[in-house]
Design a protein. Structure first.
Length: 175
């Protein structure tokens, strides 16, 4: 009997849950710690994702194509990178939120470089993380990290855009 990919995923998840249950039952310490970490992670995701996806849906509906094209499109220039970095700084939830927002940006007319800059910057400039970093490692470290990393984000997004356009790559259309 050949299982589909979805059935395989469900089977793996059920085996994982069974392992966690047996670990709690027999007090297998690595499994118990995995169970606690899984519960912590799942709780965080259940608290973050629903409001984040509501906001992503609102962004998709409320953000006009003309506005996205003006600020993130072909003629946006350096201003577009500034907008991408500012939007990334306010994105909470990491890649789970940044990727759907990037998809919405692309389908509303943002060019590849801006979308790539947004996704890259989302990992670098989240305001809460930056504040925590400045508190722990010092403001001078944070400033140096941002001054070094943000130009690299822009350069790499430009290079990736050129590569993608030259190779004729297109993202899948929305359904």
């Amino acid at each position: 009997m050949k299982l589909t990919k979805a059935q395989q995923n469900y089977l793996i998840f059920l085996l994982f849950i069974a392992f966690l249950g047996l670990s709690f039952l027999f007090k297998y310490e690595p499994g118990v710690r995995m169970g606690h970490n899984f519960i912590l992670f799942a709780t965080d995701m259940l608290l973050i994702l629903p409001p984040a996806f509501v906001l992503i849906g609102l962004f998709d509906v409320w953000a006009k194509r003309e506005v996205i094209e003006r600020h993130f499109g072909e003629d946006s220039g350096l201003r577009g990178y500034l907008w991408a970095i500012l939007l990334a700084a306010t994105t909470v939830g990491g890649a789970l939120v940044a990727l759907p927002v990037a998809n919405a940006l692309y389908h509303k007319g943002a060019r590849y470089a801006m979308v790539l800059a947004y996704v890259s910057a989302a990992a670098l400039v989240m305001i809460p993380m930056t504040i925590m970093e400045a508190t722990i490692l010092g403001p001078s470290f944070t400033v140096v990290r941002l001054v070094v990393s943000l130009p690299l984000v822009i350069i790499s997004s430009l290079l990736l855009e050129k590569f993608l356009l030259r190779s004729g790559y297109l993202l899948p259309a929305e359904k």
